[in-house]
Design a protein around this ligand. Structure first.
Ligand code: NDP
Ligand SMILES: O=C(O)C1=N[C@H](C(=O)O)C[C@H](O)C1
Length: 267
């Protein structure tokens, strides 16, 4: 039995992950954590998640939560995730990270700490989005350099980072396949007399509203034709199942930084 702990246990993803652990074979919820002062601290994690009592109360003491865990699944915020990763690295607990919005420095911090423990870090844990990453690479290989690329993402009005981690990864995949540097060619804002669009740029557009779970479209726009590769998430459950699959996959792995392409065997 692989013992899993969950941080952000009362969050939108936390609840779905706890439910997915309950439904998975060979895994059990060993602990659940929230930030100190959170209204759900002390409550049964299963009741908070809506999947029935699990006999595991949400705690604000992560070290104590990790004492009985093999893997921590963390969908919180970059600053919180990095602090939690430091604790995991010290205690030798493996980690699955779903948080998005890392700065380049924070990403380096994750890579440095992943030299001590095995870590899966992925901006999107769904099979469909990870298939799209492969399709995008293939699209560029077929289409070559002749199409303008624009990426549009839509999410709910509670999302804190923009563009989404998934959109950024899509931009990186396309830029890489085109032999460009994403950090140099991404354009996030157009207003006023912008001048003509350069051929090299990749436009990154963000829409926020209501309860949209997550939608991503990459447009390849040519002369007289347009290709659109779209992924629409209908619920958060496949992100949660992906994180649980990653936790399972980490069993027996050596320290290092892995992603969902490793977990799904897509590399
Ligand atoms: N990789 C993937 O497949 C996916 C990634 N995500 C990403 O996951 C992250 C979380 O998303 P979502 O669940 O919607 O966000 P939520 O805000 O609903 O959940 C985050 C939770 O973390 C809690 N939290 C804050 N600080 C701590 C702490 N120190 N210890 C433990 N818990 C803490 C928050 O509490 P409080 O609200 O009180 O601050 C909240 O309950 C985002 O970065 C999002 O982009 C989302 C979906 C899929
Ligand atoms: O915050 C969300 O909700 C989501 N975040 C991830 C991202 O930033 O890419 C993945 C998913 O689209 C939902």
């Amino acid at each position: 039995m692989i013992k899993i702990a969950v941080t952000g246990a009362a969050g939108r993803m936390g609840g779905r992950i706890i439910t997915a652990i309950k439904e998975a074979e060979g895994l059990e919820l060993a602990g659940a954590a929230e930030r100190p002062g959170h209204a759900m601290v002390g409550q049964d994690a299963g009741l908070v998640a809506g999947c029935g009592p699990l006999g595991v109360n949400i705690s604000d003491d992560l070290e104590q939560v990790l004492s009985g865990a093999d893997v921590l699944i963390d969908f919180t915020f970059p600053e919180v995730t990095l602090k939690n990763l430091e604790i995991c690295a010290r205690l030798g607990c493996k980690m699955v990270i779903g948080s998005t919005g890392f700065t380049p420095d924070q990403r380096e911090g994750v890579a440095r700490l992943a030299r001590k423990i095995p870590v899966v870090l992925a901006p999107n844990m769904s099979v469909g989005v990870n298939a799209c990453f492969k399709l995008l690479k293939e699209a560029v290989q077929i289409l070559g350099d002749g199409f303008d690329v624009e990426i549009v993402e839509l999410h709910h009005n509670k999302k804190k980072d923009a563009p989404s981690g998934t959109a950024v990864r899509m931009g990186e995949v396309v830029a890489d396949a085109l032999g460009r540097d994403y950090n140099e060619c991404a354009v996030f804002h157009r207003e006023g007399m912008t001048g003509e669009r350069t051929h090299e740029e990749i436009g990154m557009q963000t829409v926020r509203g209501g309860d949209i779970v997550g939608e991503h479209t990459v447009y390849f726009i040519g002369m007289g034709e347009r290709i659109e590769i779209t992924h629409r998430a209908m619920s958060r459950d496949m992100f949660a199942r992906g994180s649980v699959r990653a936790a399972h996959w980490l069993d027996g792995k050596t320290p290092g930084l892995y992603d969902m392409q490793d977990v799904l065997g897509l590399k």
